[in-house]
Design a protein around this ligand. Structure first.
Ligand code: GLC
Length: 578
């Protein structure tokens, strides 16, 4: 009997490789840098790292424009460096998840170079080419007669005119990131081949970039206008992405990817934790040894459809189990804690609705930050960032944290001359820039905070309070954010109630968010009460008898609680119930 998998009980840590650790003094992080910091990650207590793209790339979108799906860009190192990273990570029991970018390639990818060479090229149909829209004769040149009104996520129309062949190609992001044609089975096979390449190296899974955008309407119909659009908003918001996002056929592809990934076995000896599997459904979802994660920004009811449908049993297969396994993504990323207002009632509602909407066998997950979103500590403040840490690490479901959040890193101010992100360059001043959350990791009390050589110029500026915030300083401070993360991660790992138990009584009482984690029938038999004060004033609430295990201020452990409990503004309590 299988049990819960590592990607269900574990915690995922995202690394933006340009910003983690530089070892060759060019001011850009590299794979050897990640390897050098594996002991830090193992000591922190996370279970898996997800590394943003390091494939060969012209770096127009810093690696999300891939020119070779099975290589390593020299700025990050070599394939030997990757092999060493994977080996060393596995030696420490850490899993490695790659970022795969299926929706688009770089315009420098040999496939696109071929595709754009002529309308009759065998690879023409690998990308999405369209003729100018046949308009009434209004005298406009063909290059202005766009096929439809779809907009790029990075500003302007999503169509680029190609002079040589006098057609447009689709780019949902930069014009240097042409969209691949996922309706073409040959494209699918090529992409699955690249996935196999990494799976055979024994990577532990993929985070699939913009998974909900892969398929576009066959007829390229116009999107409806967004009635709420107003000047100053980003171009992309001018229409509603009805025909170029979340198309029904996408699920077929996700199921193919999942099937491929499930055909691979474990990468590490399995730690079978029998008592963690609560139900038959959960045990069955544990058949995936490698994890398929989808980047999906959708409302909850649509998001949960990406878990897929119950798998059909073929005649040759075993008799249908009572709950068939789902065939979609193992973890469709849930970004709603990032997108929701930081209010107890709003978050309680998200958690309750999500729990209700999850299909039987669907494993929950939560994300608090990533390389596309403002830093948590800047968004909600340093004190609440500690509450957020407790929230993320005590909810039911796989947590994903973003590098540096464990230090309370904040958005770094970027002057116009320092802007690197194409999203900001294309639409300046509209809040699209992602450089602030991509600043270098703060390691030690030394020039450049130990991210790169002291005399090197980091590719983005170092956060100004690096001297007080770096990992080394925080490591020796018993009350630091890093100490809080380490403590919470250790507790989550230690107690199967926290990494596998049910969640109950999720409620908001004014500014207090509260929920209970329920011990497994055969588990460690501790129930936990979580009480989080998301407000700016002291709050009181009630609690069943228990003992405080940890507080966000790291000051009240061991205290007994019973009946009325007082919680400071921006404080959180984890209580083991009697
Ligand atoms: C995803 C990535 C983002 C990138 C975009 C285009 O949203 O997270 O960083 O710019 O896809 O690949």
């Amino acid at each position: 009997m299988a049990a819960l998998q590592w990607w269900q009980t574990g915690v995922i840590y995202q690394i933006y490789p340009r910003s983690f650790q530089d070892t060759d003094g060019d001011g850009v992080g590299d794979l050897r840098g990640i390897t050098a910091r594996l002991d830090y990650l193992a000591g922190l207590g996370v279970d898996a790292i997800w590394i943003s793209p390091f494939y060969p790339s012209p770096m127009k979108d810093f690696g999300y424009d891939v020119a070779d799906y099975t290589g390593v860009d020299p700025v990050f190192g070599t394939m030997e460096d990757f092999d060493a990273l994977l080996r060393e990570a596995h030696a420490r029991g850490l899993r490695v998840i790659l970022d795969f970018v299926p929706n688009h390639s770089s315009d420098q990818h040999p496939w696109f170079v071929e595709s754009r060479s002529s309308t009759t090229n065998a690879m023409r149909d690998w990308y999405l080419w369209c003729k100018p829209r046949p308009l009434s004769d209004d005298g406009r040149p063909a290059r202005e007669q766009l096929p439809n009104n779809w907009m790029s996520h990075f500003g302007g129309p999503a169509w680029q005119w190609d002079k040589r062949t006098e057609q447009f190609y689709l780019h949902s992001f930069l014009k240097e990131q042409p969209d691949l044609n996922w309706r073409n089975p040959v494209v699918r096979e090529a992409m699955y081949g690249a996935m196999r390449f990494w799976m055979e190296k024994c990577v532990d899974g993929f985070r699939m970039d913009v998974l909900w955008l892969l398929i576009k309407d066959k007829e390229f119909r116009d999107n409806p206008p967004n009635p709420e659009y107003h000047a100053g908003m980003r171009d992309f918001a001018s229409t509603l992405p009805v025909y170029n996002a979340n198309r029904p056929e996408t699920h077929e592809i996700v199921a193919e990817m999942r099937g491929l990934m499930d055909s691979y076995g474990p990468t590490l000896p399995e730690h079978v934790d029998l008592k963690s599997a609560e139900t038959t459904m959960e045990r069955r979802s544990a058949q995936s040894h490698r994890v398929l994660i989808g980047e999906i920004y959708l409302p909850l009811p649509e998001l949960v459809t990406y878990y897929g449908l119950p798998r059909k049993q073929g005649p040759a297969e075993a008799p249908a189990p009572e709950t068939p396994e789902l065939n979609g993504a193992n973890l469709p990323f849930n970004f709603h804690l990032i997108l929701t207002e930081w209010k107890a009632s709003a978050i309680a509602e998200i958690v309750r609705r999500y729990e209700q909407l999850l299909p039987p066998g669907g494993w929950p997950n939560y994300v608090l930050g990533n390389h596309d979103q403002p830093r948590l500590a800047s968004r909600i403040g340093a004190k609440q960032a500690r509450v957020a840490a407790m929230l993320l690490l005590t909810l039911r479901g796989t947590p994903t944290m973003y590098y540096g959040d464990e230090l309370g890193m904040e958005d770094v101010p970027i002057s116009p001359a320092q802007v690197r992100d194409p999203a900001e360059k294309n639409e300046p001043g509209r809040g699209c820039g992602r450089d602030p959350e991509r600043a270098p990791m703060l390691w030690v009390n030394a020039p450049n905070a130990g991210f790169t050589a002291p005399d090197a110029t980091p590719w983005l500026p170092i956060e100004s309070d690096w001297a007080a915030k770096n990992a080394a300083v925080q490591r020796s401070d018993s009350k630091s954010m890093l100490t809080l993360y380490r403590r919470l991660l250790a507790l989550r790992r230690q107690h199967d109630t926290l990494h596998a138990g049910a969640i109950a009584e999720v409620a908001a009482e004014g500014d207090v968010l509260r929920y209970r984690r329920v011990a497994l029938p055969k588990g460690d038999s501790t129930d936990f009460q979580v009480l989080l004060n998301l407000g700016t004033a002291v709050a009181t609430t009630r609690c069943a008898p228990g003992t405080v295990v940890v507080t966000t201020m790291l000051d009240g452990a061991g205290a007994r609680v019973e009946g009325e409990v007082t919680i400071e503004a921006g404080e959180g309590l984890l209580i083991a119930l009697d």
